[in-house]
Design a binder for this molecule. Structure first.
Ligand SMILES: C[S@@+](CC[C@H](N)C(=O)[O-])C[C@H]1O[C@@H](n2cnc3c(N)ncnc32)[C@H](O)[C@@H]1O
Length: 182
């Protein structure tokens, strides 16, 4: 499976993360979900944060992350992450687009959230709750194609407090980074 090459979404999240980390203690425990190339984990490392776990469903990405020295685990969302393992910050740049039949199977793992563009995001938010420490937070990216109104409503209905942290208008879509807290 193809490892996702950093793109506009990756750079928006990485820049947002860099500023977000300025107010955090260096010893917080971070999970980089869907780590891919490791760009977000590298941003944490470059900002002096060492306690980072990378997770990805793609074995190739895990091999690549391990070669770079990142503590990494192959996992479909939180499936292989111990129930007792809790984090102060969870970062996720997920696959966030609705299914496109013309897209090659190999890249769908990086881009396709499900038929409607938000399925994996909702699944992630549901599972992430029990992996957050008290006062922990999530930085999650999604797009105008992910049906943001549905994501926000479902998240709020399930008890999350949400806040937009950054956004970027592209020619054909808008990207958003939101903070989610319990
Ligand atoms: C848009 S890419 C982001 C990669 C990288 N974090 C970045 O910011 O460039 C989405 C990543 O999520 C991973 N992924 C897709 N489905 C997943 C799942 N169910 N569980 C864990 N990771 C998943 C993909 O393999 C890919 O690395």
């Amino acid at each position: 499976m193809e490892i996702y090459s950093p793109s506009d979404d990756s750079y928006l999240l990485s820049e947002t993360l860099k500023s977000y980390l300025k107010n955090k203690h260096k010893n917080i425990k971070i999970l980089d979900m869907g780590s891919g190339s490791g760009i977000q984990a590298q941003t944490c490392k470059d900002s002096g944060f060492k306690n980072v776990l990378c997770a990805d469903i793609n074995s190739e990405a895990i091999k690549h992350l391990k070669k770079q020295g990142f503590n990494s685990i192959k996992s479909n969302l939180f499936l292989n992450i111990d129930k007792k393992n809790k984090f102060d910050l969870i970062i996720f740049n997920p696959p966030y687009l609705p299914e496109d039949e013309k897209e090659p199977e190999d890249s769908k793992i990086n881009t396709t959230a499900g038929k409607r563009g938000y399925e994996i995001v909702l699944k992630f938010l549901k599972q992430a709750k029990s992996h957050l420490n008290n006062n922990g937070s999530i930085l999650l990216l999604f797009s105008s194609f992910s049906q943001p109104a549905i994501i926000k409503k479902q998240a709020e209905d399930s008890g999350y407090k949400i806040k937009e942290v950054s956004d970027k208008k592209l020619f054909f879509e808008e990207l958003f980074v939101y903070e989610f807290r319990i």
